[in-house]
Design a protein around this ligand. Structure first.
Ligand SMILES: [Zn+2]
Length: 445
């Protein structure tokens, strides 16, 4: 029997060499060598790194000397480039925009449109986004459970909770939120959301400049209580400091905006100290002065007419309007810097609805303009947001994490605008076909 076994082995070896099937490779890994590596923890930068990707996962990452290269691995030279984790957007409203026509409508809520938006995210280096409260129907949950190649992952809060007609801006969004007026309605909404297994509950506590009724404590307290009993976090759209204080007392888990009406005070900081897990997604407003006239990086995915409209709007902004925008930005910037200095977790979100993908890079720049360091902002947009949205495999470049990363032609620690100089994007270990996507979007009338 022994000789037969040997003989069989011999024939197998011969056939492996002579058939059309190539011999098994020694390794299926790809090794990326020489980049400056921003790990995503807000502290670690490796100037001459090596990292190994296999099976969609980082197998190893570290200084060149410390990472063994598997035999037969493919090698990619990224010397002179900077690599950072792919971004996680904790606050979006994708699905509604027809980007080519620059029109928002619930009629656009098709699988193909959501996927188009998730590909726009992928194009600009975003690994995942979380829609906050504007997702009616079953489709969002299907999209969440079926990640598409070359597209960002999708999380959803389903429908958010507000007073009737006081949720997302009605000019854009079909009334997609639950409109509740009693404690029992509030609890029933939360139970329905829990059955759908939403990723988080979104509530709106804002009177929109006195034009609508905001959700009151007698409704959001039981809603938060019900959500927590069912294992769900609650994140609030907020505007006023007084509401933010009351929401912290009521057990809110996170804020989808900063405080916008005034500077936060010591009492608010004390409330947050008692609940150190409560996070803020700053969602800063536009600054008064157009940050840059060069919109070429946006024109890669947006029709020229739309880019022209943006240029004109920036050029025609009056000094008064610019000053108002700057003042509105300044109060939120001060609040962001104070929260960050006090050790409150700062996460990241674009609030994208009409403009998809590229706006994450504007938000990164706005957070730096507010006074955070580029490194702290990158940490907020990667590992911190990955943690608060519950996608622990994302947000950092370390062994065992999902291989989602951006290769940049400039160092964003020197200038945050270098996050826009994207050489390539990898999601779950696969390179995103940015050129193919660009061609597709440019061909769209
Ligand atoms: Zn929003």
């Amino acid at each position: 029997m022994r000789s037969v076994t040997v003989l069989t082995g011999f024939f197998l070896a011969v056939s492996a060499c002579t058939s059309d099937t190539p011999p098994p490779a020694a390794s299926t890994a790809t090794v990326f060598e020489g980049a400056r590596l921003i790990v995503g923890d807000g502290a670690t930068v490796i100037e001459d790194s090596v990292f190994v990707v296999d099976d969609g996962v980082f197998q190893a990452a570290g200084p060149r000397d410390a990472v063994p290269v598997p035999d037969g691995a493919a090698r990619v030279d990224v010397t002179g480039r900077t690599v950072m984790p792919a971004i996680v957007d904790g606050h979006s409203h994708i699905g509604y925009a027809d980007v080519a026509a620059s029109v928002m409508s619930a009629d656009n809520l098709t699988r193909e449109n959501y996927l188009d938006h998730l590909r726009r995210y992928a194009y600009y280096g975003v690994a995942a986004t979380r829609n906050l409260g504007t997702d009616p129907g079953d489709l969002p949950f299907e999209l969440r459970s079926e990640p598409a190649p070359g597209a960002a992952l999708f999380l959803t809060a389903g429908r958010g909770v507000a007073k009737p007609d006081a949720g997302p801006n009605a000019a854009y969004y079909r009334p997609s939120a639950y409109g509740v007026t009693t404690e029992e309605e509030a609890r029933a909404a939360i139970r329905e959301l829990a059955e759908r297994r939403v990723d988080v509950v979104k509530i709106w506590v804002d009177d929109r400049n006195g034009t609508v009724d905001k959700l009151t404590p007698d409704l959001y307290r039981p809603a938060i209580e019900e959500a927590h009993a069912l294992g769900l976090d609650v994140v609030a759209h907020v505007y006023y400091l007084d509401d933010a204080k009351e929401l912290v007392r009521a057990g809110i888990d996170g804020f989808a905006h900063g405080v916008r009406d005034q500077d936060i005070d010591d009492f608010f900081i004390d409330l947050l100290r008692a609940r150190p897990y409560v996070y803020f997604i700053p969602n800063l407003p536009s600054r008064g002065v157009a940050a840059d006239a060069d919109l070429a990086w946006i024109a890669e995915t947006v029709p020229e007419a739309e880019v022209e409209r943006m240029r004109t709007a920036a050029a025609e902004r009056t000094p008064e309007a610019a000053a108002r925008a700057d003042a509105f930005f300044a109060v939120q910037a001060r609040n962001l810097v104070r929260l960050h200095a006090e050790g409150v977790p700062i996460a990241f979100g674009s609030d994208a609805g009409t403009s998809i993908g590229w706006t994450v890079h504007e938000e990164l720049a706005d957070m730096v303009a507010a006074g955070m360091t580029p490194h702290d902002v990158i940490r907020a947009a990667t590992s911190t947001t990955a943690a608060v949205v519950g996608l622990d495999a994302l947000g950092s470049i370390a062994a065992g994490k999902s291989a989602d990363f951006i290769v940049l032609d400039g160092n964003p620690l020197d200038d945050i605008d270098n996050t826009r100089r994207i050489s390539s994007v990898y999601l779950r270990g696969e390179e995103v076909d940015r050129e193919g996507l660009r061609d597709r979007w440019r061909a769209t009338p």
